[in-house]
Design a protein. Structure first.
Length: 719
């Protein structure tokens, strides 16, 4: 991972002193706005009525947990066996069985993904794919990047999602500037052709109360006008003394289509108001060890966020050979982050000095992706040709201010019992604008059982940064880059499909070296070979992949000028992934994943070491069983285990985080088996980390803890 990527992640999750925040803010700004992501829309996964078409945002067709086809990695509806890159998917059915509450939770059982590298955090979603951080700018919704700032980042409420897809490895060829680790795309729930209604109530640990509703179907009996309205309200504390997890979210959708289904327009919107905390976690000692003293204070604690988006997906088929699609979205996110943090502990160990801080961050932007797809044959070769032009623009304002907070009594731990003077006005200290134009072309050619995917893209990306406090740091920065991919797959009749691919990526690096020379973009390249087994007569998908990724032009401290950086760093990630999802029987669903990751800082500071927080081994297994007959008919049982191997707590590799095994479980019951009048009524209890393992996780000089035991009970009525 690049230092700027890690710095931003640490800045968000860590609890820095005032001076450190001031120093790192420009670095965080430089890291933002750079990654891309992939498209996926789940269609008919068996949990409810199917969605109305794939829409211009793409599609993911799945049966239970098993995905069969996707637009991820190609932007065309493609059989997953033909995609020459590893793809991880989480269907709506799996989201419900595990009662997923965040994007981090959604990815916990996916091979190649490190979810929760900074422990439990109700404020931000952070994911590392194949060792690289994709959370800073690698999240997409419905195929368009979730534009944001350093702290004004979009959250994705799982209840409003139809599925999640993770494309692993460099993918700039279709999506522009991005992380070499991969892309994460969340798929909004879409209108359904058949009427569907659902209401749900939840109660759980930490005084959690939540209500959900979801309704969809034809509008006024017109099959060409479909609607969906999804929403929730939540009030909840967390395991932190000063952190809430409150949320109000509503997501409307409307589909208009022609009688012949050749033209379709889907409008997608969302508004979310959320409250979490400005500071979470524990004071980290000068020896980089966790202490028993929490950051935060109920007297001055909230991270208040508002986000909204409105956009559309348009598709028109001229004939069987030619289709035009356009995706567009305008979005805005605002963050008002207030906190109290511990600066140090007095020599007598009785009190801790503290400070208060406040960040105001706002980002607004627009994204549009135009695609023209042609399908034709030349002799025995079938071609799918895709050409596209996309554009994105984001405008961010950032401001930070700090003040004093009363000392914390470490004997009585008097959190919330002393007034904290609010930090006053926060002027904008930095404005940053970034736009990206990308022109891409992709060919998918099929001959006999061979599938050749070949693509190229050219990007123009410009960034304008204005620092009002330090005008000398203001600058304009332009980058141009070509990226590509070539991949070959072979489809055997028995469902086995080996593949090999080579792909590249780039990400702008803002700033300049000691002599004023602007930084070049970081570049990533990956070689991957893999094999999938997806037989037509079984609801089964097994995939294995070997990969090697190298990222170059990574920033590392300048040995001659310590206050500056040079682009001499390199990071290499090599590994093996194995993922299996299956509907073993009509009653038993399973997903299992194993990851071996050998990651190394090849050049630069700490060369030869392993980046912090990167376990060599990870393994996860989740199974869900429904009793279909007998006196226990209607009962459902789920059990999962997540193993996370030992990993270094710092890039210098001086000490390690312990390995751990975290156990999740679920039990459900369908009341229609008691009385047919109760058709549609069901209850479910989910317990995460049932043995309450809260081992510390240290990373980059800050320490965190795993999310403790959390139990949620749900009562749902579908009609």
């Amino acid at each position: 991972m690049s230092p700027t990527s890690l710095s931003l992640a640490v800045l968000r999750h860590g609890l820095l002193c005032c001076s450190c925040l001031g120093l790192l803010a420009p670095v965080a700004a430089s890291a933002q706005g750079v990654v891309e992501l992939e498209t996926v829309v789940v269609e008919g996964d068996g949990t409810a009525a199917s969605s109305a078409g794939t829409g211009a945002g793409g599609g993911l067709t799945s049966q239970g947990y098993v995905a069969r086809s996707t637009t991820t990695g190609t932007k065309t509806d493609t059989d997953i066996r033909k995609v020459p890159q590893s793809v991880g998917t989480v269907s709506r059915e799996e989201l419900e069985d595990r009662n997923v509450q965040s994007l981090v939770e959604a990815a916990r059982y996916t091979a190649g993904v490190r979810a929760g590298q900074f422990g439990f955090d109700s404020r931000f979603d952070t994911l590392f794919v194949r060792g690289f951080n994709v959370g800073d700018s690698g999240f997409y919704r419905d195929g368009l990047r979730s534009l944001g700032g350093s702290f004004s980042v979009f959250r994705h409420e799982p209840y409003t999602l139809q599925g999640v897809t993770i494309l692993k490895g460099p993918s700039s060829v279709l999506y522009g500037a991005g992380s070499p680790g991969g892309l994460v795309n969340v798929i909004s729930k879409r209108p359904t052709e058949a009427p569907f209604r659902e209401v749900e109530a939840q109660v759980g640990s930490y005084d959690r109360f939540q209500t959900n509703f979801d309704a969809s179907g034809p509008l006024a009996g017109n099959d060409n006008v479909l609607y969906r309205l999804t929403g929730l309200w939540r009030s909840a504390d967390t395991q932190f003394v000063a952190a809430r997890d409150d949320r109000i979210s509503i997501a409307p959708a409307l589909t208009l289509r022609s009688d012949d289904r050749n033209t379709q327009l889907t409008l997608l919107g969302e508004f979310t108001d959320l409250t979490s905390a400005g500071a979470v976690g524990w004071y980290t000692t000068p020896q980089a060890r966790i202490s028993p003293y929490e950051h935060g204070d109920p007297a001055y604690r909230d991270l208040d966020g508002q986000q909204w988006r409105i956009g559309y997906e348009f598709e028109h088929r001229f004939d069987e050979a030619l289709t035009f699609r356009q995706n567009l979205r305008y979005q805005n996110v605002e963050t008002d982050m207030k906190w109290v943090s511990i600066l140090g502990i007095a020599p007598d160990g009785l009190t801790a000095s503290r400070y208060s801080g406040r960040i105001l961050d706002e980002a607004s932007g627009v994204s549009v992706d135009n695609q023209l797809q042609g399908n034709f044959e030349t002799g025995a070769i079938a071609h799918t040709l895709l050409g596209g032009l996309d554009y994105s623009y984001v405008d961010t304002d950032y401001g930070f201010a700090s003040g004093l907070a009363p000392d914390l009594d470490l004997v009585s731990l008097n959190y919330g019992r002393q007034p904290v003077t609010p930090v006053g006005s926060v002027p904008v200290q930095r404005n940053q604008k970034q736009d990206q134009i990308g022109l891409y072309l992709q060919s998918q050619s099929e001959y006999d059982r061979f599938v050749l995917t070949l693509g190229g893209r050219y990007d123009w990306l410009g960034t304008e940064t204005v620092n009002f406090d330090t005008p000398s740091l203001s600058r304009d920065h332009d980058d141009e880059q070509f990226t590509g991919r070539i991949g070959l797959a072979y489809l055997f009749d028995n469902g086995i499909s080996p593949y090999a691919s080579y792909s590249t990526s780039f990400a702008p690096t803002l700033g300049a070296s000691f002599d004023g020379t602007p930084y070049d973009p970081t570049e990533g390249r990956q070689e991957e070979i893999g094999v999938r087994y997806m037989p037509d007569d079984l609801n089964l998908s097994v995939g294995a992949a070997l990969f090697r990724i190298r990222q170059t032009n990574v920033l590392t401290p300048d040995p001659l000028n310590p206050l500056f950086q040079v682009q001499l760093g390199e990071v290499e990630s090599k590994g093996f992934e194995l993922q299996a999802t299956a509907g073993v029987t009509d009653a038993f669903k399973l997903t299992a994943a194993y990851t071996y990751l050998d990651m190394e800082i090849v050049a630069g500071e700490d060369a030869g070491n392993v980046p912090a927080g990167t376990p060599e081994h990870q393994f996860s297994l989740w199974g869900d069983y429904d009793v279909l007959s007998g006196p226990a008919q209607g009962l459902g049982l789920g059990l999962g285990a997540r193993f996370i191997g030992t990993n270094w707590a710092d890039n210098a590799n001086t000490y390690r985080n312990e390995s751990r095994v975290l156990i999740d479980a679920a039990v459900s019951y369908d009341f229609s088996h008691i009385d047919p009048k109760l058709q549609g009524v069901s209850a479910q209890i989910n317990a995460k980390n049932i043995f309450d393992d809260r081992k510390p996780l240290c990373n980059g000089g800050y320490c965190y803890q795993e999310e403790g035991r959390n139990v949620i009970g749900s009562l749902r009525y579908r009609f």
